[in-house]
Design a protein around this ligand. Structure first.
Ligand code: SF4
Length: 81
């Protein structure tokens, strides 16, 4: 889980976060490296929709959130306007 960027106590849904059990390294890959593994974990995560919504609402720029890379979220933001 992205605990370094999320501190708010009302975010109880994050207790279900699958990435909390796998470590953050997958989710903040080095520039240019693959996000495939992170996306695979997101695909199994029970709170994927909430996570993606959180990232969109809070304009999270870095890392994989809700199964989408930062580039993909940017795309989504553009197309959903
Ligand atoms: S959707 Fe992905 S990034 Fe979001 S909480 Fe689940 S595993 Fe973590």
């Amino acid at each position: 889980m992205h605990t370094d960027t999320i501190t708010s106590p009302e975010l109880a849904w994050q207790q279900e976060a699958l990435c909390a059990q796998t470590g953050a390294d997958f989710f903040f890959p080095e520039p240019g490296s693959s996000v495939r593994e992170a996306k695979r974990i997101c695909g199994l995560c029970p709170i994927r929709a909430a996570c993606l919504e959180y990232a969109m609402n809070n304009d999270e720029r870095f890392g994989v959130w809700g199964g989408l890379s930062e580039k993909e979220r940017l795309e989504l933001r553009r197309t959903s306007r």
